[in-house]
Design a protein around this ligand. Structure first.
Ligand SMILES: Nc1nc2c(ncn2[C@@H]2O[C@H](COP(=O)(O)OP(=O)(O)OP(=O)(O)O)[C@@H](O)[C@H]2O)c(=O)[nH]1
Length: 184
């Protein structure tokens, strides 16, 4: 018997950090230099094997522009996991990430799994945020952390594996907001 576990995941973070590009790389294995800023939010799914189960990611990619900020609760509400993205070449985007974490802790689902993605690691020669800072911060809030490159397909699979691991068989489902488990 194979079970499908649906996991609602939202991506949050400053505009231009590469949220849509991460989702596009994960779902379609594609990268577009001229990708447009997201308006509102966009939705995609991908199903991957995880141990004896299939995990179906229901991915809400939110818009990072400030004018869309007030829509975010619609997407993080009921999410099992949040991927909060910053751009390793922009210190400001790391600051914005901390604001998102604070908002999630105050208004997000209890027990939401948080993953921090330091995107654009292909541009490490113009890095502004040391990995050490991200690791220390992630540890302080109990989040997973990984540096990614949507452009060069670095650590994108690992990022999603990281967020799905806590939902594998073995973890008591009562503690996590799994939307739906379907046996067939
Ligand atoms: N060098 C490099 N550029 C990237 C990477 N990921 C995204 N980009 C570029 O960064 C820009 C913004 O990417 P988006 O994916 O639209 O960023 P976003 O966070 O979804 O932006 P909003 O939709 O406005 O919130 C685009 O020009 C991408 O091509 C990466 O890993 N490396």
């Amino acid at each position: 018997m194979m079970a499908i576990r649906e996991l609602k995941v939202c991506l949050l973070g400053d505009t231009g950090v590469g949220k849509s590009s991460i989702v596009c790389r994960f779902v379609q294995d594609h990268f577009d230099h001229n990708i447009s800023p997201t308006i509102g939010a966009s939705f995609m799914t991908k199903t991957v094997p995880c141990g004896n189960e299939l995990h179906k990611f229901l991915i809400w990619d939110t818009a990072g522009q400030e004018r869309f900020h007030s829509l975010a609760p619609m997407y993080y509400r009921g999410s099992a996991a949040a991927v909060i993205v910053y751009d390793i070449t922009k210190q400001d985007s790391f600051h914005t990430l901390k604001k998102w974490v604070k908002e999630l802790k105050e208004h997000g689902p209890e027990n939401i799994v948080m993953a921090i993605a330091g995107n654009k690691c292909d541009l490490s020669d113009i890095r502004e945020v040391p990995l050490k800072d991200a690791k220390e911060y992630a540890e302080s809030i109990g989040a997973i952390v990984v540096e990614t490159s949507a452009k060069n397909a670095i650590n994108i699979e690992e990022l999603f594996q990281g967020i799905s691991r806590p939902f594998s068989i073995g973890r008591p489902t009562a503690t996590v907001p799994v939307l739906f488990i379907h046996h067939f």
